[in-house]
Design a binder for this molecule. Structure first.
Ligand SMILES: C[S@@+](CC[C@H](N)C(=O)[O-])C[C@H]1O[C@@H](n2cnc3c(N)ncnc32)[C@H](O)[C@@H]1O
Length: 350
């Protein structure tokens, strides 16, 4: 049974439809102390209930999920539902009780549960998580699905099943997108870059743990500052994928404390209009991609028409293919394709 993301993890920053319990709120946190450590013995279920109530009283989001995921982790499972009932009604050892208090106290400080238990699931992978590296969100699983569907189709219809495919990911974070694509597509090789050394280290660590390191190269590159280094890595590639920072700067202050206080702001803040890194990726795309190669971007729901207009006015050889919607119907993914002009294409062939 896989862990499903807590709403504290959602990142549809532009969607105020989450309402009062959504992402929008003050990131200030009042200090709260842990409940008293039990004098006698306590079962796993009692510990989970006690902490659930404490989280509720102190305004921690997703109180139920938070304490359930922590107790499940301590008992060696992913979810409380996958534990035998007997395990939940057994007394916890002194050591496990102390660990429960330690981990739940971290959650009380509003640390996301993914950082508290130091791992999380993304599609069929379990990835190591470490602050401040961005925690992958469920909508990014949808981005991976749509890239995979296209690449599988390409293998079937255009290039042949035995062909080698290449992909560049800008802003790999924990490695969720690249590693997921590599796991599902043995014909794929990927290059992943990130401006954060923590992200580069975590992606490499996750690749090693999953045995995917031979098909993934990871580099510490800031695409805003070091376009030359980026271009020198691309041969060119057939796929460019990114879940870039796309939050409008003015919205940063409204984030939940879980996000604002623990995740790298450089993973979130996309500048005034949220398009700073996106524009750079699209400017470089014609030099990175092979002809008919595609760009797949996860964006804010306000972005697709802005991106289409901007590309049409500013980027040659790049055609806006379509906008895709996420599972809740919001326009969240942009697909673009490199189309060489007939003249350039002919010159290449000569
Ligand atoms: C929203 S996170 C996505 C992480 C990961 N791909 C995922 O989906 O979970 C954006 C990532 O882009 C990286 N990033 C931000 N600006 C960048 C830049 N100028 N060059 C390279 N990476 C950048 C951040 O460090 C962060 O890891």
């Amino acid at each position: 049974m896989w862990r499903r993301s807590l709403s504290a993890g959602y990142r549809c920053f532009g969607c105020r439809s989450f309402g009062a319990k959504g992402l929008w709120g003050s990131h200030a946190v009042r200090r709260c102390s842990a409940p008293a450590f039990p004098l006698g013995r306590i079962t796993a279920l009692q510990a989970a209930d006690l902490w659930k109530r404490h989280f509720e009283e102190t305004g921690v989001m997703e109180p139920d999920h938070s304490s359930n995921y922590i107790i499940a982790y301590l008992l060696g499972a992913k979810t409380i539902e996958s534990l035998e009932q007997g395990k939940l009604t057994e007394f916890l050892s002194q050591e496990k009780t102390e660990q429960m208090w330690k981990l739940c106290t971290r959650r009380l400080s509003r640390m996301p549960v993914q950082y508290v238990i130091e791992e999380w699931d993304f599609r069929d992978l379990t990835l190591k998580m470490r602050p401040p590296v961005f925690i992958p969100r469920p909508e990014t699983e949808e981005l991976v699905e749509l890239v995979l569907t296209d690449l599988e189709m390409k293998l079937r219809t255009e290039v042949g099943a035995g062909a080698q495919l290449t992909c560049l990911e800008v802003g790999c974070g924990s490695g969720a997108i690249s590693l997921s694509l590599l796991k599902s597509l043995p014909q794929l090789k990927a290059v992943a870059v990130d401006q954060s050394q923590d992200a580069v280290d975590l992606t490499r660590e996750n690749a090693l743990r999953l045995g995917l390191q031979d098909r993934l190269q990871v580099f510490h590159i800031d695409v805003m500052k070091d376009a030359e280094a980026l271009l020198s890595l691309c041969n060119p590639v057939s796929t460019l994928v990114s879940n870039p920072p796309y939050l409008f700067s003015e919205d940063m202050m409204s984030l939940q404390p879980e996000i604002y206080r623990f995740e790298d702001h450089a993973a979130l803040d996309g500048g005034k209009d949220g398009l700073k890194v996106i524009k750079q990726i699209l400017t470089l795309a014609p030099q990175i991609l092979s002809n008919k190669g595609r760009v797949y971007l996860e964006v804010d729901p306000r972005h697709p028409p802005l991106i289409q207009q901007w590309v049409e006015a500013n980027v040659e050889e790049t055609h806006y293919v379509e906008t895709r919607h996420d599972i809740s119907g919001r326009p969240r993914f942009c697909i673009l394709q490199k189309e060489k002009s007939n003249k350039d294409h002919k010159l290449d062939l000569d």
